[in-house]
Design a protein around this ligand. Sequence first.
Ligand SMILES: Cc1ncc(COP(=O)(O)O)c(C=O)c1O
Length: 382
Amino acid sequence: MGFDFDRIIDRRHTSSSKWEKYAGRDILPFWVADMEFATPDFIREAVAERLAHEVIGYTRTPPALVEAFIGWLSREYGWAVPEEWLVWIPGVVPGVNLTARAVAEPGGAILIPTPVYYPFLSVPRNAGQASLTVPLVRQKRRWVMDFDALQNAVDSSDVGRPHLLLLANPQNPTGRVYDRAELTTLADFCLRNDLTLCSDEIHSALVIDPDARHLPIASLGPEIAERTVSLFAATKTYNIPGLPCAVAVIPDPELRRAFNRARAGLVPDIGPLGYAASRAAFADESHYLPDLLAYLRGNHARLAEVVGDRMTPVEATYLGWIDLTDTAAAPHAGEYLEQFGIGLSDGGPFGGPGYVRFNFACPKQLLEQGLSRLAAGLETLR
Ligand SMILES: Cc1ncc(COP(=O)(O)O)c(C=O)c1O
């Protein structure tokens, strides 16, 4: 059965976060990271099957989900993970915050390469830690980590001892998939400086560049695995962020205990519908994902045509990071473009003022409307 990514689906009157923001205004939303595509039937059927039972009670993690997730990690990355390493949680963002609370220490600081998915930037404050942001560096065709600047931030920190680094890989918003050499350097950096690593890998299945390959950093070897909390979820890939379900892979028993202690009494268990949806997702071996990635690749090519060198090629995610820092629209580029009927994420909250983030996971017809509005906005900035 084919998957129809061209169909326009009216999401108004569903209280959609993305569409409600601009309700009643002629502004097309391309901001928050959910997709305009139907959640695949096999996921909705798995949820419907669970709903067919009349009682929606408290639920333990189903063994079939654990098996599907462990099988997925092994199939995709050749990474063998025992069940005891897993902690299931209702969301990746709670997982990042729990990690920070689990390892918080008096006078501690957290390293965060930026720009980054904006909830990362509140994590230090939430955990009572200082924040040390270190800019990524833009090369012509990709964003990279600046290891000298990271080392310098550790060596000369005057806000506290850096002991945790927050990684988004694949990276939101730049779309980078860090390669083996970069991840190895990062792992060495963490070992050398005694840092815990929290690696958010929610976009791992959304690699659209045929030459890029995602690698979970903890799969590099036991030394880095022992100091890493890796976070996964199927919610981006299968467009089910409204059915929260995520999993932390924590090989070190002490770190896992601290993570569970930080969670106690605050973070609820996952519901049966979230479990059912994610079980179907991790077990999926249909054409859905290759077809989705091919469609996203086409959309990415169209966006690249319109914005040119303002964006580095997106290796993974469905998010384009567009540089308007040299224009009169900076630093409030998001707000500026709203005048042209297009709602993007402003770069400011990501630590990238003057940039905008464009979510291109939508039917081509909608994308083209957005692109012509974006082009009109860019034209005025020439
Ligand atoms: C890098 C990254 N992490 C986490 C999330 C959200 O995860 P969750 O909804 O499971 O908290 C997003 C959503 O866009 C994201 O891009």
